[in-house]
Design a protein around this ligand. Structure first.
Ligand code: FE2
Length: 190
């Protein structure tokens, strides 16, 4: 039997996105496939694992023409961190190399006041190579990811849209502010 690779995974995600009727069904179908992919040490080309000195990197690995999903690799050097952000779409996340600390947040206000958001931390979790998790709005959608280890980390993310173009939000917990943002993608250098 051949090693489960990126092409197999893209085929599986394409089938799951098209055939499953709910976001949670898509997540449940994709999560075990992602665990298989995470065991393949040659699944990701080097260009998708290149860190940047001044910020974490997010490379577009694959996106079909209909934008029904996107596969993105994230690369963190030690100490690098995302802002607190949401996704507004389902996503499945797996740690390919290293460790990442994730802090989840719950939104406490009703969203009726412009630019205002009140968040409460739900705690931190250290994810290690091979671990998977997911995001799914509205209740499991806000988090922050950091590399608190002494080695670079790489994770593979699958979202139910072209996540780089999605209008999303970043949160300032202390000032209780919410701001729109689009992440885009990091240009490939290799
Ligand atoms: Fe995220």
């Amino acid at each position: 039997m051949s090693i489960y690779g990126l092409r197999d995974f893209i085929g599986g995600v394409t089938d799951a996105v098209a055939s499953k009727q709910s976001d949670m069904d898509r997540i449940r179908a994709i999560e075990p496939m992602l665990r298989w992919l995470l065991q393949n040490r040659s699944a990701l080309e080097e260009r998708f694992k290149e860190p940047l000195a001044d910020s974490y990197a997010q490379y577009l690995v694959c996106k079909p023409e209909d934008d029904s999903f996107s596969i993105v690799s994230f690369v963190w050097l030690p100490g690098q961190s995302t802002p607190i952000h949401d996704h507004t779409v389902w996503g499945v996340i797996g740690i390919y190399e290293g460790e990442e600390e994730e802090e989840r947040f719950k939104r406490l206000d009703d969203g009726s006041q412009p630019n205002y958001a009140e968040l409460r931390s739900l705690g931190r979790h250290l994810a290690r190579q091979g671990d998977t998790s997911y995001v799914c709005p509205p209740d499991k959608d806000i988090h922050q990811v950091r590399n608190v280890s002494s080695a670079p980390s790489v994770s593979i993310h699958i979202y139910g849209c072209d996540i780089g173009q999605r209008e999303r939000h970043i949160f300032d917990v202390d000032r209780r502010m919410i701001s729109p943002f689009r992440s885009g993608y990091t240009p490939l250098r290799i």
